[in-house]
Design a binder for this molecule. Sequence first.
Ligand code: ATP
Length: 303
Amino acid sequence: MPAEIAIRAEHLSKRYGARSALDDLTFEVRRGEVFGLLGPNGAGKTTAVRLLAGLTEPSGGAGWVLGLPLGDREARRRIGYMPELFRHPPWLTGREVLWAHARLAGIAVRAGRREIARVLAEVGLEARADERVGRYSKGMQQRLALAAALLGEPDVVLLDEPTSALDPVGRREVREHVREIRARGAAVILNSHLLSEVERVCDRVAVVRAGRVVAQGTVDELCGRPGLRIRLERPDDAVRTALEPFGTVRADGEWLDVDAADPARIADAVAAAVAAGGRVVGVETRRGTLEDRLLELLGGQGG
Ligand code: ATP
């Protein structure tokens, strides 16, 4: 497995009795890449992440994290995992919860003190670190779970719905953390139903339906390249012909749509329309949204 590949899943499957939770899941995530798993409830995203974290064993297929087989102890030490549902013992303080995680991750006491201070500052919980977790709000508990996943600067970070309880400010902070994790060369898997979050932060995404990947690629690859729309006082054939070198042109009332226009050539396309005598009164770029594409892939009927 090439060193730049941090995670590889090959035909992974997981059955619970007669139920198939995951079926033939194959994908790779490189170091320094954020990979999003999208799909309806029950599609198998949590199962996939739990398999990668070594918390459950596959029924079929295989996977590697940092070149080591799933469940390997050394690999597990280098994985930060933030579960979708986190339950911290309510009588412990936030700091004590982090100490427990630091010990499990094999972090020595002196480094642990420094790491705990660092992650508490990162998630904005320093001032509340010595309060009992039972008194934390849901968002604070979620921040604590993220802090635990960031302990020891893991090389692979698995985030299962990391912002479901967070306010918009908290969501933006998590996006920034994810970018920082990527910038230091770690691989991140992000499960999220928040498509705007996925669009903003993921380098590539896989759409999972009933345990299978039904589409995979960058958001641009999945949604198609942006199209250009030019509104004219009177669209005519001369303008249309002038726009043809930039993409497929379709008339829509006062608008001419140029599909698959290269974003770097938008100014040239508008200049060509003007040079051909067009009186341009509006310009828009548009792209199918991830939501539209997802609903199309999922046939509007969920998992
Ligand atoms: P959500 O978006 O709702 O979190 P998900 O994509 O994460 O969904 P999973 O939690 O991976 O989906 O579940 C996939 C399927 O596996 C579901 O049908 C679920 O009921 C089943 N499943 C998951 N864990 C277990 C378990 N421990 N025992 C039995 N079935 C399970």
